[in-house]
Design a protein. Structure first.
Length: 166
């Protein structure tokens, strides 16, 4: 494929996070988020680097075929929170309706999982937020309307103003 023909990647295959307890992570993603457990891979050498690092890599499926994955690395210390506010790093997962979003909210309450929301983001997204056992912030979101060319133009102007501030 010629470089000129390149475009954005087609879709997300998986996103990976660290975990310090694969069983607790498994229970949360299968029981609370209702993800299908896809597989677990245990290796002692990292294929992409050759580093001798025993780890377990687990995968949890979303409805569209993409996945959330975790690495539990033998002996890796948990660094705990850093200076980045916890609301910045997150993964946003789509739901199909406001009714579904409210059903998730009720489900989280029944499971004893604290949630924040439903939060209206400029009439575009309605979102509900939780944290997984690893501290990963998860946003379940319903997109009320598609983003348009007007949104893109306004976004470019917002970016320009942000970059021009002193």
């Amino acid at each position: 494929m010629a470089t000129a023909a390149l475009r954005a990647p087609r879709s997300l295959n998986h996103i990976a996070y660290p975990t310090w307890n694969s069983q607790v992570t498994h229970d949360f993603y299968t029981e609370v988020l209702k993800c299908e457990f896809l597989t677990a891979i245990q290796l002692d050498v990292v294929p992409s680097s050759g580093a001798r690092t025993p780890y377990l890599h687990t995968f949890f499926g979303l409805s569209d075929g993409s996945a959330i994955a975790f690495f539990e690395v033998e002996g890796l210390p948990n660094p705990g929170p850093d200076a980045v506010p916890s609301w910045i790093r997150h993964i946003a997962l789509n739901v199909d309706s406001m009714e579904e979003l409210h059903a998730w909210q009720a489900h989280f309450t029944a499971k004893g999982v604290e949630s924040v929301g439903v939060v209206d983001h400029d009439g575009v997204w309605e979102s509900l937020y939780i944290f997984d056992p690893n501290g990963v912030r998860i946003e379940l979101t319903f997109q009320a309307r598609p983003l348009t060319e007007d949104d893109a133009r306004e976004g470019v102007e917002t970016l320009r103003k942000w970059n021009a501030r002193e």
